[in-house]
Write a protein that binds this ligand. Structure first.
Ligand code: LMR
Length: 336
C-alpha cells in the first residue's frame, strides 16, 4: 500500500450524474481504497445540481458506511480540490448531436483548464488524478497542461473500462471466469481506435497456464470481431440504454484507482491512460493507454513487450489520433 493517511480526501466531479451515483457508493464501501481506509468525499458539480447532491448525501448517511469521515457537496473548485489526495473527474460536456470533435474539445478544454488550475493551486502535490469525461485522454492532457506544479505522471485517464470489456469478451469466448483471464490489455485512445491486445495474455485452466490464442483457437476472431466489439462497446451500451455506460464505468474507475493506490498483484498487467514517455515509440506527451504494473502508488509502463506489425500499425493509428487531438487542444488553449 502507498503511504495512505488516516483519512484520504477524494473528489468526484460530475458527482450528480449516473456514474457518480454508482461510484460514490463503491468509494464509501471501501472497494476503492480498502476496507480499513477512512475516506472524506467531496462531491463536485455545477450549482443547479446541489439539491440532487444533497439527496445523495442523505442516502450515504442512511447507508451507515463506517469508513466515511465526511461528505460534502460543492460547486466551488477551490473548496473541492483543497488538500485532495485523489481527483476523479467524471463531469464534462457530452457530445451533442451535430457537434464536431473540435467543438467538443473546446467545450471540455474550458472545464479541464479550470480544474487543472484548481488541482495545481489547491490539491496535495502528490494528488492522483483520473479523467473519465470524454475525450478522456485529451481532457487529461488539458488538465495536466494547466497544472505545472504537479508531475505529469500524476494524471491519468480511464481505459480500464475498455480493458475490462476485453477481458470479459475473452472469458466469455473461452468459457472461463474473468478471474482466470490475465494480461489482456488495451493500447491508445479511449475511442474507436483503442486497440485490445491479447498476445501477452494468458488463461488459467485446470491443466495450467495457456496463451489466449491457444485456448480460443480462432485467430480470425481475435484479430477482427473481438477488436471491433471492444472498440464499439460504448456505442452498443448507448444504443441499448439510450444512455452512456454508468455502473460498468464506475466499476472500472474503482479498479483503476484501487490498483493505483494499493498496487497490482505480482505479474499482473492493467491498462491505464498515462503520460507517454516515448515507450513503444508512442509520441511523448500524449496521454496513452499502456499496460502497466503498480507498486507503492507508482505505476510503471511494462517494458520490452514484443510488438508485431499488426500491433505496430494499430498503436500508430491510435497515437496519430491522439497527437491530432493534442495539437487541437494546444491551439484551443492558446486562444484564451
Ligand atoms: C463508454 O466507453 O462507455 C463511453 O465512453 C461512451 C461514451 O461516449 O459516453
Amino acid at each position: 500500500m502507498s503511504n495512505q493517511s488516516d483519512v484520504v480526501n477524494v473528489v468526484v466531479s460530475g458527482a450528480a450524474g449516473q456514474i457518480g451515483y454508482s461510484l460514490v457508493f463503491n468509494i464509501v464501501r471501501g472497494d476503492m481504497f480498502g476496507i480499513d481506509q477512512k475516506v472524506r468525499v467531496v462531491l463536485l458539480d455545477i450549482a443547479p445540481m446541489m439539491d440532487s447532491l444533497k439527496g445523495l448525501i442523505l442516502e450515504i448517511e442512511d447507508g451507515c458506511f463506517p469508513l466515511v469521515s465526511e461528505v460534502i457537496a460543492t460547486s466551488d473548485p477551490k473548496e473541492a480540490f483543497t488538500n485532495i489526495d485523489y481527483a476523479i473527474l467524471v463531469g464534462g460536456m457530452p457530445r451533442k448531436e451535430g457537434m464536431e470533435r473540435v467543438d467538443l474539445l473546446r467545450a471540455n478544454a474550458a472545464i479541464f483548464k479550470v480544474q487543472g488550475k484548481a488541482i495545481n493551486d489547491y490539491a496535495k502535490k502528490t494528488v492522483k488524478v483520473l479523467v473519465v469525461a470524454n475525450p478522456a485522454n485529451t481532457n487529461a492532457f488539458i488538465a495536466l497542461a494547466n497544472a505545472p506544479n504537479i508531475p505529469p505522471e500524476n494524471f491519468s485517464c480511464l481505459t480500464r473500462l475498455d480493458h475490462n470489456r476485453a477481458k470479459a469478451q475473452i472469458a466469455a469466448k473461452a468459457g472461463v471466469s474473468v478471474k482466470d483471464v490475465h494480461n489482456v490489455i488495451v493500447w491508445g485512445n479511449h475511442s474507436l481506435t483503442i486497440y485490445p491486445d491479447t498476445r501477452y495474455g494468458y488463461i488459467n485452466l485446470p491443466s495450467g497456464k495457456s496463451t489466449v490464442a491457444s485456448v480460443i483457437k480462432n485467430d480470425q476472431w481475435l484479430t477482427n470481431d473481438f477488436v471491433s466489439t471492444v472498440q464499439k462497446r460504448g456505442a452498443a451500451v448507448i444504443a441499448a440504454r439510450k444512455l452512456s455506460s454508468a455502473a460498468s464505468a464506475a466499476k472500472a474507475i474503482t479498479d483503476h484507482m484501487r490498483d493505483w493506490a494499493l498496487g497490482t498483484p505480482e505479474g499482473e498487467y492493467v491498462s491505464m491512460g498515462v503520460y507517454s514517455d516515448g515507450s513503444y515509440n508512442v509520441p511523448a506527451g500524449v496521454i496513452f493507454s499502456f499496460p502497466v504494473t503498480i507498486k507503492n502508488g507508482v505505476y510503471s509502463i511494462v517494458p520490452g513487450l514484443p510488438i508485431d506489425q499488426i500491433t505496430r500499425d494499430r498503436i500508430d493509428l491510435t497515437a496519430k489520433e491522439l497527437v491530432e487531438e493534442k495539437d487541437m487542444a494546444v491551439k484551443i488553449l492558446a486562444e484564451n
